[in-house]
Ligand binder design. Structure first.
Ligand code: ADP
Ligand code: MG
Length: 689
């Protein structure tokens, strides 16, 4: 088993590489040796040559081959960070940014935030004077473009995990291609596990025709180079279920217990979809382990999803003690973004949470949906890093062969584009439909986004950003609807309250995740519940937290997540700074919750719903698209069912559920968005259909 090296060397964690030629690979390899064993190491010279001589290089390599952790270091060693320049490496996921930055800092023997730093939204652990390798989310890099459109401080930008085709990655690629025309010295390195490398290469190829100018010979070649890093893991035996499973959480739990019972040592990685089903599985397994005594002892059961505390993350990455077996139950973050050591068995539910957007109904939600064959192969591959492994697919072989799609759909083709459009507009890209996308979004989604932004007062009749509202909304690093709500709170005299609400809405949940404490959690919620809805409930909780002296015991007693509350405080401070910069006066409306509700309406009027008359089942219809929706059981308005509500987001399981709901007065809708709604004979109608 991997273990800690002696303390004399600083207690650095040395894990031997699974790619080592000697099978007794676990040893006290120096960190240098370890780096040299990674498959990318053989390609070090080639990679550096490609970056030197090509404007864009594409590196394709198996997960775990060392792309993310090694290439930025190679670039630095080769001098790309000299003279105050910075090497950037983007990731679609925040958790991956943090984990990778701390790993690279550890390998380089430096502190995170100095030579190696990272930036995610609301958390900047970098030092402009010292940081030479910077990990950041692709979204943050997009934001940096607003201040520095040519990203002049970066010498090389590595766009990592490009195969994920996250919406920000695609926007970023389109923009970087433009930047390169203006700043040919900039090098791009696109890296991914399973890219359709050819498609990416074609995308960058089409920038070939351009003006020839002086100094041409100094310029790198423009056609992209593709490099494939060999280094497959070991064989993975695939097992399918014979009949489709009814409940994949239950099936996953049973499979883990079976593996633990029958298979030799080796850790297990389970792919479920999100915090909710992962928490359920953790609880079920923990209970099994307890009641089963002997059989399931020795299991260390850990969840892995974004929003975990630092300590919880560290547990996932720390080596498994001898005689124990680690079970990590993860979202698809462990599919390619993160490498866990010691995994020999993979259990694949066949599902992940995916964003889907319907431009007709203008509804975007997160749906548990089947993964693609490409994802299924990636997931299976996680089992073969250490030695030959096994993958248990909780779906039939027939299903895999005949029903699973080959590739996923790029996120930009299944998302609401409001944030995307405003960002491009803020960067001066006016012809959004004509923008050079790696994958084009649908014109319907574009038009929907333009309509909403127009109604928010962010765009004018010529689809240009309005001044000041449009520019201000673009400046706030939040969804445009939240930003608009903050701006409206200034006029309504409730900016203190709205900033608190915005901070709470920016994190996943402030409640303690309910592992078998549903009843207590519900009771705790009642203590804070406000008749107006969830947003006002957040204000009560925040007030209680402050009055307790920000006490962790108080949080514990009330089933509130203390770390989440601390995060809310941090985000709130940052939003306050941004608000002040935008000239917003910080003011509290004290008990006037009507102002707060009106401010929410000013941002989220498009999410208004009406309770169906005579509906005893609590069925609402969206005003805009007449879609059936229900209040989520986690909302304080569940079963209260006020006539008019506005929701913050939708989740879809058996039904479409509204999360974070506030009651409103219908007259506020026409007031807040006269372009959007009109009052006709006591009936409120959307103008735009
Ligand atoms: P890639 O980006 O190609 O998927 P990485 O650079 O992320 O690969 O990982 C290379 C190797 O570094 C992994 O095989 C693993 O051995 C090691 N590694 C990466 N992250 C960690 C970590 N947080 N803890 C321990 N080892 C790690
Ligand atoms: Mg990687």
């Amino acid at each position: 088993k991997p273990r800690l090296l002696d303390d004399e060397e600083g207690g650095v964690l040395f894990l031997s590489s699974s790619f080592s030629s000697s099978s007794s690979g676990y040893g006290y390899a120096s960190i240098e040796r370890q780096r040299q064993r990674l498959p990318v190491y053989k390609y070090r010279t080639s990679i550096l040559y490609l970056v030197e001589s090509h404007a864009t290089s594409i590196v394709v390599g198996e997960t775990g081959s060392g792309k993310t952790t090694q290439i930025p270091q190679y670039l630095k060693e080769a001098g790309w960070a000299d003279g105050g320049r910075v090497i950037a490496c983007t990731q679609p996921r925040r958790l991956a940014v943090q984990a990778v930055a701390s790993r690279v800092a550890e390998e380089m023997g430096v502190k995170v935030g100095e030579e190696v730093g990272y930036t995610i939204r609301f958390e900047d652990i970098s030092n402009p004077d010292a940081t030479r390798i910077k990990f950041l989310t692709d979204g943050v890099l997009l934001r940096e473009m607003m201040d520095d459109p040519l990203l002049t401080k970066y010498s090389v930008i590595m766009v990592d995990e490009a195969h994920e085709r996250s919406i920000s990655t695609d926007i970023l690629l389109g923009l970087l291609k433009k930047i390169q025309k203006r700043r040919p010295q900039l090098r791009l390195l696109i890296s991914s596990a399973t890219i359709e490398a050819k498609a990416m290469s074609d995308f960058f190829q089409s920038s070939k025709r351009r003006q020839v100018s002086e100094g041409e010979e100094l310029r790198p070649r423009l056609e992209p180079a593709i490099l494939s890093v060999e280094g497959r893991g070991f064989n993975v035996q695939i097992h399918y279920v014979e009949d489709p499973v009814q409940d994949y959480v239950q099936a996953a739990v049973s499979t883990v217990l079976l593996i633990h019972d029958q298979e030799p040592a080796g850790d297990i990685l389970v792919f479920l979809t999100g915090q909710d089903d992962i928490d359920v599985a953790v609880k079920m397994l923990t209970e099994e382990a307890r009641s089963n005594g002997k059989n399931s002892s020795g299991l260390i059961i850990l969840p892995l999803y974004s929003g975990l505390s630092r300590a919880e993350q560290d547990l996932v990455f720390s080596p498994t003690p001898k005689g124990k077996r680690k079970v990590v139950i993860s979202t698809n973050i462990a599919e390619t973004s993160l490498t866990l050591e010691g995994i020999v068995y993979v259990v694949d539910s066949g599902f992940s949470k995916q964003r889907f957007y319907n431009p007709i109904s203008d509804i975007e939600n997160l749906v548990v949906a089947p993964i693609s064959k490409a994802s299924a192969r990636q997931r299976a591959g996680r089992a073969g890093r250490l030695r030959p492994g096994k993958c248990y697919r909780l779906y039939t072989e027939e299903y895999f062969v005949n029903e699973m799609s080959a590739q996923g759909i790029p996120e930009i083709q299944r998302s609401n584009l409001v944030s995307c459009v405003i960002q491009l507009k803020a960067l001066g890209i006016d012809n959004i439909l004509g923008f050079d996308w790696p994958a084009s979004p649908s014109p319907e989604s574009m038009i929907r986004a333009l309509e909403v932004l127009y109604s928010l007062g962010v765009l004018d009749d010529d689809a240009k950003l309005t001044s000041p509202v449009g520019f201000q909304v673009a400046e706030i690093p939040l969804e445009p609807m939240i930003s608009k709500m903050i701006l409206a709170s200034n006029e309504l005299g409730c900016s203190e309250e709205i900033i608190t609400i915005a901070a709470v809405l920016s994190i996943q949940s402030i409640w303690f995740s309910g592992r078998g404490v549903q009843k207590e959690l519900d009771e705790a919620k009642l203590r804070f519940a406000a008749a107006e809805g969830d947003h006002v409930t957040f204000l009560n909780i925040y007030k209680g937290f402050l009055q307790s002296g920000k006490s962790s015991q108080w949080c514990h007693r009330n089933f509130i997540n203390y770390h989440a509350m601390k995060k809310v405080m941090e985000i709130r401070e940052q939003l306050k700074r941004i608000a002040l910069r935008l000239g917003i006066v910080l003011k509290s409306c004290e008990r006037d919750m009507q102002s707060v509700r009106k401010a929410v309406t000013a941002g989220f009027f498009a999410n208004a719903c009406r309770l169906e008359a005579f509906s005893h089942s609590g069925m609402y219809k969206t005003i805009r698209g007449s879609q059936e929706v229900y209040i989520h059981p986690s909302s304080v308005l569940f079963r209260v069912n006020p006539r008019w509500v506005i929701y913050h987001s939708l989740v879809s399981t058996d039904r479409q559920y509204m999360r974070n709901v506030i009651s409103i007065d219908s007259s506020w809708l026409t007031e807040a968005a006269p372009h959007f709604y009109q009052q006709q004979q006591q009936q409120l109608n959307p103008i735009i259909h």
